[in-house]
Write a protein that binds this ligand. Structure first.
Ligand code: SF4
Length: 916
């Protein structure tokens, strides 16, 4: 048998498209041919963007007349670069990837569905993923220990102690579900593991109901419960991040529905110059495409510059699609892709099959100008890319390296509302001396680097930048430079392959010497698991309100993401992370200021340390060896004794432990019945919060530390958990009691009902200030529905289903915003919460809303249509009434069904039970 079996496919021969191709081993295989679809006159398929053609293949193959119709095939085969987008595409994906923060709650939901089915006296096995599901445990490891040889072992020990209950639960899932596999902790980061190991490029199925035993070959496609799933677009695989709720529906046989997208073509020409990295290119693309406005669109790279980029550089750019706002940052399939598959240990037979399949589909090679008509084309000459960083708060705010000092000064003095820090220029030059726990003296002030992390699959999957970091470290050590004692340095590779090539190239000792010891294989600082700072340093920051900095090779840098008390965060390439750790500050112009002094007291500049392209290329020769990949991606359990020691419960239905503070049966199905509710107006609602622009999913449902004084912290203490064992919100997503209390509990969220005060507070029904959770409980006790009001880009940031689940469980019936981030909007609908959008020019400020109003949503009934206008009726404290038109952001007909059923999960559950 082959790589995966997928029994969802049905054999048909629509328009004579079921054809054969040469497998490259003397045999022939079957496939649904896109060229045949064009020959049959269905549409001008060969002119479509490659990404659209790959989705079209899925629509064609899965055309069963029930979930996917012939009309869907025709519609997509006739995709036009520019037209009003109203058609939704039913996309059946080949597989699903999960990380543990989102995967555990997803497994909790599946377990809860099984419990609900069992309670109804039906066979719980009707709840079973229909496509392969791979979960990689990568989000849990924290950098509690850093800068020493034993840091990784100690972090791994702590990880297993903290997460034992969750890991036990995952092990139950592995035995309860046939198609659910787990890559245990300590192996790597989900997207890098996907790129290096899970992705096959071409899959094949054997339909047991088919008359013919022949396998059908089809493109590897996926959705993942993590926004950066798009890294896989770097190797020509269609895939993106969805909320856990949509992934569950996808697992249970529902297509992932999305509006037909525009496709923006990015025409790359030229080549990167000396001193410029793939990270600089990714930051440049992010800034450029943010300006182009690509939200909800596919981005497809083409042209000679694209063809010349290696897959690892493509993957770095693709990874940042959520940062530029696109659904995907897609790179078509070519020679480079098959070379990468070969170099990473995929078999020769499979590589031949891969190449033959895409050639048969007419999908081989990077398109050149004029071959495809895109909705819009933007140009980028790679020779124009300069060394860059991005920050201090947003990934799209790119700064050329030489301008950082000036830009940092500006950011410090800019008002908070303009992404600044609102400080006076007097803060510069002030610092305090502290003594660290290691008895080292350090100066701390505004601009000091306190965290330097080589982290994130964005970059750790790319040997060129990882080797550049090692080469820079080598030169720095040889010149006698040291990392500033205030800096917490760490290296967290996304797979053990990185460790192997850093070791083989002899670079590990130099990184270690600069305290970039490996701290674990996982997301670490990229997801906010940067761990504690030295107490003396943290104390100095908090007492003096210093705006210190983190420097990291990650992709997200909004406030409180990296560390609660580190306010400015700069994204950059791994070699620059090392350089800033040496300098110890971000208020530096590295083009003319030295990073330090060598053994003889002579100044050392960045240019003295920067490795040449040739040096990196030479080191790369040792980087990608197929046998290393094969060895390291084999028999995980045997390589991980700690994982083997974790006991697993057995059985098809999970036995919930009501005392667990990690895993609880969520209340989503407690009053489940086979009859859905009805869509009705919302009346007499009150505002639970009024927020400004760019409220992230991390503001709504933080992933990081739980404060003792927060509702979640108090709950854990009441349940016998000490503060040291709180772990993070992300790790507690299997427990709705903690997560509901944690919703809107981010220390940086600003509620305009309290004049923009930071923290998760609001005004309760009695008019007094209270926590958002306590206010919600008080309102729910009175039977008062709640709404949330917000500005632009509501729900931006990581795909996080708890941001929608928590909103639902707080009793919020609608969110009214100026605009929504794509995944969060669909997650809200998926949880039965109504997203409404203000018309252009209307905001909470123009309406002078302060939270004392009462709100009705008028026009909401069973006849509602996607994107229909509704009325938000505002009744002021003094009784004055104002009717404001808003657009209902239920975008597609299937979403109306989801909303009516109270969300996707009850919808799917009713379908499955009625078929059983
Ligand atoms: S390393 Fe960062 S980008 Fe990659 S999966 Fe982890 S959190 Fe997401």
């Amino acid at each position: 048998m082959g790589y995966f079996e997928n029994y969802m496919n049905v054999s048909h021969n629509l328009s004579g498209t079921l054809q054969e191709f040469d497998l490259g081993n003397g045999k022939h295989g079957k496939f649904y041919s896109l060229p045949a679809l064009e020959t049959a006159g269905v549409g001008p398929v060969s002119k479509l963007p490659v990404s659209i053609r790959l989705v079209l293949e899925s629509v064609l193959r899965n055309c069963d007349g029930k979930k996917v119709h012939e009309a869907n095939v025709k519609e997509l085969a006739n995709w036009k670069p520019a037209e009003t987008r109203t058609a939704e595409i039913p996309f059946v994906v080949a597989r699903i990837v999960l990380q543990d923060f989102t995967g555990v709650p997803l497994l909790v939901d599946l377990a809860a569905m099984r419990s609900a089915v069992a309670k109804l006296g039906k066979n719980p096995k009707i709840i079973e993923p229909l496509v392969p599901v791979d979960l990689v445990v990568d989000h849990s490891v924290q950098v509690d220990f850093a800068g020493a040889a034993d840091s990784m072992a100690k972090n791994l020990d702590l990880e297993f102690t903290r997460n034992r209950e969750r890991y036990q639960f995952l092990k139950w899932g592995m035995q309860a579900f046939d198609t659910f596999k787990v890559v245990p902790p300590g192996i790597g980061i989900v997207h890098q593991v996907n790129l290096e190991y899970l992705a096959k490029g071409v899959l094949y199925s054997q339909d047991p109901k088919s008359q013919t035993p022949d396998a059908i070959y089809y493109p590897d496609t996926l959705v993942g419960t993590d926004s950066h799933t798009t890294m896989i677009n770097g190797i020509g695989i269609v895939g993106w991040g969805v909320g856990g709720i949509e992934a569950e529906a996808g697992m249970l046989g529902q297509p992932v529905y999305f509006l037909t997208p525009d496709v923006v073509g990015v025409h790359l020409t030229g080549a990167l110059t000396e001193g410029v990295t793939a990270t600089d290119l990714a930051l440049t693309v992010t800034q450029m495409l943010r300006k182009t406005k690509v939200v909800g669109k596919f981005v497809e790279f083409f042209g000679p510059g694209t063809a010349a980029l290696p897959v690892v550089d493509r993957a770095t750019i693709a990874n940042m699609a959520p940062e530029y706002g696109a659904t995907m940052g897609f790179f078509p399939i070519d020679e480079e892709c098959v070379n990468y598959l070969r170099a990473t240990g995929r078999s020769e037979e499979h590589c031949r099959l891969y190449e033959n399949y895409y050639k048969a589909q007419g999908l081989w090679g990077i398109p050149q100008k004029g071959q495809i008509e895109y909705s819009q084309v933007v140009e980028l000459d790679l020779t124009s890319v300069r060394p860059s960083v991005a920050g201090p708060k947003r990934p799209q705010d790119r700064i050329e390296l030489g301008n950082l000092r000036r830009e940092f000064f500006n950011a410090i003095q800019r008002p908070v509302t303009e992404n600044g820090f609102g400080k006076s220029r007097q803060v510069f030059g002030k610092s305090v001396k502290v003594e660290t726990a290691a008895k080292k003296k350090a100066n701390i002030g505004t601009g000091s680097v306190v965290i330097a992390a080589i982290t994130s699959c964005t970059n750790t999957s790319n040997p060129s930048v990882m080797l550049a970091a090692g080469l820079l470290a080598k030169k720095a050590v040889e010149k006698g430079l040291k990392v500033n004692p205030a800096v917490k340095a760490s290296l967290a590779p996304g797979s053990r392959v990185v460790t192997d090539y850093l070791k083989k190239t002899g670079l590990t000792p130099f990184l270690n010497k600069l305290r970039f010891n490996t701290v674990g294989y996982g997301c670490t600082t990229c997801i906010g698991n940067s761990g504690p700072l030295d107490p003396a340093i943290e104390d100095a920051i908090v007492k003096n309100d210093y705006v210190t900095a983190s420097v990291l090779s990650g992709n997200r840098n909004f406030e409180a993401r990296v560390h609660q008390n580190v306010k400015s965060n700069f994204l950059m390439s791994p070699p620059l992370v090392v350089a800033f750790a040496l300098a110890g500050r971000v208020d530096i112009d590295m083009s003319c200021e030295p990073l330090g002094k060598d053994k003889d007291g002579a100044p050392v500049y960045l240019a003295d340390l920067w490795p040449t392209l040739q040096e990196v290329r030479d080191a790369m020769q040792s980087a990608l060896k197929p046998e290393v990949f094969r060895k390291l991606y084999k028999n995980f359990a045997a390589q991980n004794p700690k994982w083997n020691e974790i006991p697993s419960s057995v059985g098809n239905v999970y036995e919930w432990d009501t005392k667990s503070t990690y895993i609880q049966e969520p209340p989503f199905f407690t009053s489940f019945s086979m009859t859905p509710g009805s869509i009705k107006p919302i009346s007499g609602a009150r505002a639970l919060g009024i927020f400004g622009d760019s409220v992230t999913t991390d503001h709504i449902s933080p992933a990081g530390a739980i404060k003792k004084s927060s509702p979640a912290g108090k709950f854990l203490i009441e349940n016998g958990v000490t503060a040291e064992d709180f772990n993070s919100y992300g790790s507690r997503r299997g427990n709705d009691r903690v997560m509901t209390r944690g919703t809107f509990a981010n220390v940086r969220i600003k509620n305009l009902m309290l004049g923009g005060e930071e923290g998760g507070n609001t005004i309760g029904p009695d008019g007094a200030k209270t926590s958002i959770y306590d206010a919600s409980i008080a309102y729910q006790a009175k039977g008062t529905p709640l709404i949330v009001i917000a500005g632009q880009e509501y729900g931006t940031g990581s795909s996080r289903d708890w941001a929608a689940k928590g909103t639902n469980l707080l009793g919020v019936k609608a969110v009214v915003a100026q605009s929504f981030e794509r995944i969060h909007r669909s997650n809200l609908v998926g949880m039965g919460v109504l997203p409404l959008q203000f018309k252009d020019g209307t905001t909470a400020q123009t309406l002078k809303l302060d939270g004392t109003e009462t709100y009705d949503i008028v026009g909401l009934d069973a006849n509602i249509k996607p994107q229909q206008d509704l009325t938000l009726k505002i009744t002021r404290k003094d009784g004055k009434v104002e009717n404001v038109p808003v657009r209902c952001r239920i975008d597609t007909p299937i979403e109306i069904d989801y909303y009516q059923h109270g969300g996707i999960l009850p919808f799917v559950l009713r379908q499955l039970i009625s078929k059983a």
